[in-house]
Write a protein that binds this ligand. Structure first.
Ligand code: GDP
Ligand code: MG
Length: 179
């Protein structure tokens, strides 16, 4: 599918602590249909995926940090124009869940007013070493008005679903606006 054939082009970002599984979630989602563009100069990578929502063709461009989560210089360009975000923590690392607050501050500062934010508790396969209960993630998300889902990039659980939920929500907001 060529660019001119798609109805919408959406940018979305992955955010959260280093090591929570952002890059693995993205490569799972992008699978074989992906194109990974490396931009080493600014430390950002992104992948595309073409999706059909109802009768529309959407090209989703998902940005990943390339391991420079705390490199402040890229922050504003990273979020610029992003309509959605997956805010990821690791259910086995309590600290990564506590830091969700800080990531949310950053998202709200640099992201748009009606940015679609989904809180993602990744590594749900690591049942034995879980340190954050699903209920905690859910409650925090409800309080902050976010969607919530637990995923496993390793076992490919809920990965497709979480990206599709974000893209569908962006689509709903965007198509409402253009009415
Ligand atoms: P990032 O720094 O947020 O991009 O995290 P990565 O995607 O690089 O993953 C960090 C580490 O966690 C790697 O060793 C991955 O293999 C591992 N990992 C990522 N997702 C999962 C998952 O769902 N389950 C398990 N068990 N390990 C995962
Ligand atoms: Mg990474």
């Amino acid at each position: 599918m060529y660019d001119e054939e798609c109805d919408y082009l959406f940018k979305a970002v992955l955010t959260g602590d280093s090591g929570v599984g952002k890059s693995n979630l993205l490569s799972r989602f992008a699978k074989d249909e992906f194109r990974l563009d490396s931009k080493p100069t600014i430390g950002v990578e992104f992948a595309y995926r073409n999706i059909r929502v109802r009768d529309k063709f959407i090209k989703a461009q998902i940005w990943d940090t390339a391991g420079q989560e705390r490199f402040k210089a890229i922050t504003s360009s990273y979020y610029r124009g992003a309509l959605g975000a997956l805010l990821v923590y690791d259910i086995t690392r309590r600290k990564s869940f506590e830091n969700v607050r800080n990531w949310l501050v950053e998202l709200r500062e640099f992201g748009g007013e009606d940015m679609v934010v989904i809180l993602v508790g990744n590594k749900s396969d690591l049942v034995e070493s879980r340190h954050v209960e699903e209920k905690e993630g859910k409650e925090f998300a409800e309080k902050e008005g976010l969607c919530f889902m637990e995923t496993s990039a390793l076992k490919n659980l809920n990965v497709e679903q979480v990206f599709l939920q974000m893209i569908t929500k962006i689509f709903e907001i965007t198509s409402q606006k253009s009415l």
